[in-house]
Design a protein around this ligand. Structure first.
Ligand SMILES: Cc1ncc(COP(=O)(O)O)c(C=O)c1O
Length: 488
């Protein structure tokens, strides 16, 4: 008899239900201490995360806890139950060289020996700024603690220099968690409004943000229409969730237009910086931004943010160049830039080691890693296509995502539950993935790559046997991802 259970509008068939009843105990047994710790500390520890970094789901409630990690090395990490994982999360893109590379570990040990200094001037900070400028071809650089702060500061600098208030961002871009970045476009009575994406953010705080379509020529027209109000156009050159969208021509047109209109072009290179090329997306797309923001890789695993740019913008930090012994002075208009932990001695020591290493290795390091990732993604895709699995893998250099194979946002091939189960299956097979972007590092070996491919195949086989991950007839394709996420 066909027994069905309704989960919102997602229907769980008998076989799928049985599959969940079988899989959930297997997974929770393997990671039991992680689950136990989450439950024990829930009364005092407010934390919305699960292993995939996704929201709560009633169906997968028993799996809703993060894997607790004990240690890590190279491409591997070990959880509290002594499971050994091949990691693809790689510190959300921080660990380009894998975990604990000796050249970073040594300088951190050395710095710890010398003491941890906060709010002071580290010996190597000037050299770090110089190396950043050398690799990114920017003129001046300054430091923050996180990527969010770097983007926030870049916008403040652009407003100071241009004397204008409004900024443009593109839908689908993530720029961190300050109020102005947590905004989306919403149509109301034929007009487009900017509205906060979450409670707690006021309408007022997003009123100066215009959210436009990415890679759409109409957006260039809208920028032109608002030219007298715009301080900056903020762009993630290749968005984290859509690595296949690499709009070189659009970026070059955006550069030309913003230059003509005197609007600051800010490249948010938090993920692309030092990953796609030593000079980041600017070098890759041959676009010179006015300001670029960096973080993640450059800190070698320690928290850091960097704002780098043309002197005419960066002079808003300190008033610009002046000399001792003459009557020169910091003449540029300045804004407020601060933070207790900026230029933290450990982060600067790690950044110095990372930049020196990248400089010595040259662009070959990124080229080889990008090539290996593309090769790996091709093998995965040919397997997924041959087996009509409604998932495709997309990459930009060494960053990749497991995506819906649907032809567009409005034609999805797969429901959220199947996709989450696929990821939980990879976790069960000791491949540590996150719900968003995955990364290969220089520490991943061919053996790691073969193991990942095998885990994908085994997960697909098991899920398809239970009725998940099968190609959907077009009449049953999902109409939009956002409506699905409300449903399951
Ligand atoms: C493009 C981009 N900008 C900004 C940020 C925010 O950086 P952080 O999390 O260090 O604040 C991120 C984080 O993932 C990012 O991907």
């Amino acid at each position: 008899m066909l027994q069905i259970v309704f989960i919102g509008v997602r229907i769980l068939y008998n076989l799928e239900q049985q599959f969940l009843e079988n899989f959930i105990p297997r997974y929770t047994q393997q990671t039991k201490t992680s689950k136990l710790l989450r439950q024990s500390y829930r009364p005092v520890f407010a934390d919305s995360q699960n292993s995939l970094g996704k929201g709560f789901s009633q169906v997968l409630k028993e799996l809703f806890y993060p894997i607790v990690v004990k240690r890590s090395l190279g491409s591997r990490l070990w959880d509290i139950d002594d499971n050994e994982y091949i990691d693809l999360r790689m510190g959300l893109g921080c660990h380009l060289f894998g975990y604990n590379p000796p050249f970073i570990q040594e300088v951190l040990a050395d710095q710890l020996e010398k003491g941890v200094q906060v709010g002071l001037q580290p010996e190597l900070v000037g050299e770090v700024a110089q190396l950043i400028c050398e690799l990114t071809r920017m003129e001046r650089a300054t430091f923050s603690n996180t990527g969010t702060e770097a983007v926030m500061t870049a916008v403040r600098i652009a407003r100071t220099v241009t004397g204008r208030d409004k900024i443009v961002i593109f839908s689908g871009s993530y720029h961190g968690h300050f109020d102005e970045a947590l905004v989306k476009a919403q149509m109301c009575d034929g007009d487009l409004y900017s509205v906060p994406i979450a409670p707690g953010i006021t309408l007022n705080s997003v009123k100066d943000v215009l959210v436009l379509d990415y890679d759409n020529p109409r957006s260039l027209e809208q920028i032109e229409a608002h030219k007298d109000e715009l301080a900056a156009v903020l762009v993630v050159p290749v968005q984290n969730y859509k690595p296949a969208l690499q709009p070189k021509a659009f970026l070059q047109q955006l550069r030309k237009l913003t230059k003509e209109l005197g609007i600051a072009l800010i490249f948010d290179e938090m993920v692309t910086g030092f990953r796609i090329h030593p000079g980041g997306a600017q070098a890759y797309f041959e676009v010179e931004a006015d300001i670029a923001t960096y973080g993640k890789i450059i800190g070698g695993g320690l928290p850091i943010g960097v704002i780098a740019g043309k002197a005419m913008y960066m002079d808003a930090v300190d008033g610009g160049m002046w000399n001792y012994g003459d009557n020169s002075y910091p003449s540029a208009k300045t804004t407020f830039v601060a933070g207790t932990f900026c230029k933290h001695s450990l982060a600067i020591a790690a950044a110095h080691a990372v930049l020196k290493y990248l400089k010595a290795e040259g662009p070959l390091l990124q080229q080889q890693l990008n090539q290996r990732t593309t090769q790996f993604v091709r093998s995965l895709n040919s397997y997924l296509e041959e087996n009509e699995v409604p998932i495709k893998v997309e990459n930009f250099g060494s960053a990749f995502v497991f995506a819906d194979s649907g032809s567009s946002e409005s034609m999805r091939d797969i429901d959220k539950l199947s996709m989450e189960l696929f990821r939980y299956h990879l976790l069960y097979r000791k491949i540590h993935v996150v719900g968003t972007c995955s990364y290969l590092s220089t520490a991943h070996t061919d053996e790691d790559i073969n193991k990942i491919i095998k885990a994908v195949r085994d997960s697909v086989t098991e899920l398809q046997q239970a009725g998940f991950l099968l190609p959907l007839p077009s009449s049953q394709k999902f109409s939009s991802l956002s409506s699905i996420s409300k449903q399951v």
